[in-house]
Design a protein around this ligand. Structure first.
Ligand SMILES: CC(=O)SCCNC(=O)CCNC(=O)[C@H](O)C(C)(C)COP(=O)(O)OP(=O)(O)OC[C@H]1O[C@@H](n2cnc3c(N)ncnc32)[C@H](O)[C@@H]1OP(=O)(O)O
Ligand SMILES: N[C@@H](CCO)C(=O)O
Length: 391
């Protein structure tokens, strides 16, 4: 295993906060029995690992998130591209940074792009190694099915490379919460505290059902071509439709009603003269925007891969009941639900709490937004992190 750009452990390694770095973690045996060769994981870090490596915090991103949690700083003569990246705002600014709850002056904060993703880690858009494809074309349709557990096992190799034996905290929301929980169960000795936000112990039938609808919407775009589209048009229509389906589940009915009601999009009329000729409702325009925004920044195969991984989430697979699986954990807990979440219901967080080996209260983020409330209400989440697992 090598750190790309150096072979030293993180504390000896000259890094730049908020700039993408990589670890080659070699061949990964997957739960399916497949061996995935030449895996590279991308990560970003902030702060310094202390002498006994006891201050490391892992923040796990959600389905379409990336590694850029917060702004960073780069050395004076860093290349322009690194500087621009480091200076760009991240998706977790409210929680991570100097003086914030996850204080980068105190903690060494790491965020790893999930295996199978498209923000730097090996995924379907990565050139396949010569052992798979002599022409090194992207993996495309050949990229194997990976699970949340596969991803977490690969992330453990990143922790090894960085010299982190145990995390002070592993925390994430949604798919990030699934990975945080899987870390606590797979590597109990490596997780001192675990934050599971807007997530659950195992994907429910309904979550799997939503996932299937998204995946089929994407696959049915003719441009998808079974997953081999990299030298042609990208399946943006299919990915956009998948995002629309997903995004409705990420927001609450009440929020959509309050924000958009039955209003037409300004400048458009909802009374068309013939079927299919009317203008859009505001909410339709909003979903169109969410769809094109994701299609512009995400790879369709990676979306399928990560969605399938999330559908596979079950910390109890092969480990008995949820209670039996969770009995092996030894960490402190923060379990949080968003009160208006209609994708990961608060009752699923309650069920997780009930299955833990120690009494743990379920905490609540109050938000009208629905599932995305865990990203939007970062101040509330920060207070919960501060009061529980980082007190
Ligand atoms: C570039 C990257 O790499 S991003 C990677 C990181 N991303 C992630 O981690 C994913 C997680 N983040 C998210 O899912 C989202 O950013 C969230 C949930 C945090 C955003 O939540 P909110 O702030 O509530 O955004 P909201 O749902 O209001 O959407 C706002 C957008 O809708 C647009 N919009 C609102 N109403 C309409 C309308 N009627 N018609 C068209 N567009 C509309 C706004 O202009 C805004 O556009 P912008 O995002 O391009 O600025
Ligand atoms: N909006 C989030 C929700 C998934 O939990 C994302 O796109 O990752």
């Amino acid at each position: 295993m090598t750190l790309v750009g150096g072979t030293e452990r993180a504390r000896d390694f000259v890094r730049e906060d908020g700039v993408l770095a990589f670890v080659d973690v070699g061949e990964r045996p997957l739960e399916s029995g497949v061996l995935l060769p030449r895996v590279r994981l991308a990560y970003e870090t902030w702060g310094e690992l202390n002498a006994d490596a006891s201050n490391a915090v892992l923040v796990e991103h959600a389905l379409t998130g990336d590694t850029h949690l917060t702004r960073g700083r780069v050395r004076e003569h860093a290349p322009e591209i690194e500087r621009a990246r480091a200076e760009a705002p991240g998706w977790c600014e409210g929680l991570v940074g100097p003086g914030r709850v996850i204080d980068t002056n105190k903690y060494f904060v790491v965020c790893i792009n999930m295996l199978g993703g498209c923000y730097g880690s090996t995924g379907p858009a990565t050139p396949a190694p010569s052992s798979v494809d002599p022409e090194n074309k992207p993996w495309g349709s050949r990229f194997p099915f990976v699970t949340i557990r596969d991803a977490v096992r690969a992330e453990a190799a990143v922790a090894d490379a960085l010299g982190i034996q145990a995390w002070r905290l592993v925390v994430g929301g949604s798919m990030g919460g699934a990975r945080a929980l899987e870390w606590a169960v797979t590597f109990p000795e490596r997780v001192q505290a675990c934050g599971v936000v807007a997530s659950c112990a195992a994907s429910s039938a309904e979550q799997i059902a939503w996932g299937q609808a998204q995946n089929l919407a994407l696959r049915q775009d003719p441009a998808f071509n079974g997953g081999d589209y990299y030298d042609s048009d990208f399946p943006t229509a299919g990915l956009g439709l998948a995002r629309r389906i997903a995004h409705i589940t990420y927001r609450s009915a009440a929020e959509l009603q309050t924000r958009f009601s039955r209003d037409p999009q300004p400048g458009e009329s909802i009374l068309g003269v013939a079927a299919g000729t009317r203008g859009r409702y505001k909410v339709e325009s909003y979903l169109d925007h969410q769809a094109s925004k994701l299609a512009d920044r995400f790879d369709a195969n990676a979306y399928l891969t990560l969605n399938e991984a999330l559908m596979s989430h079950d910390v109890a697979r092969g480990r008995g009941s949820p209670e039996e699986a969770l009995a092996r954990t030894t960490c402190d807990w923060l379990v949080v639900a968003v009160d208006s979440d209609r994708l990961y219901f608060p009752s699923e967080s309650d069920a997780l709490c009930a299955a833990l080996p120690v009494p743990v209260p379920r905490h609540t983020i109050h938000s009208d937004a629905g599932h995305d409330g865990f990203l939007i209400e970062d101040a509330q989440l920060g207070e919960l992190v501060r009061a529980t697992v980082l007190s």
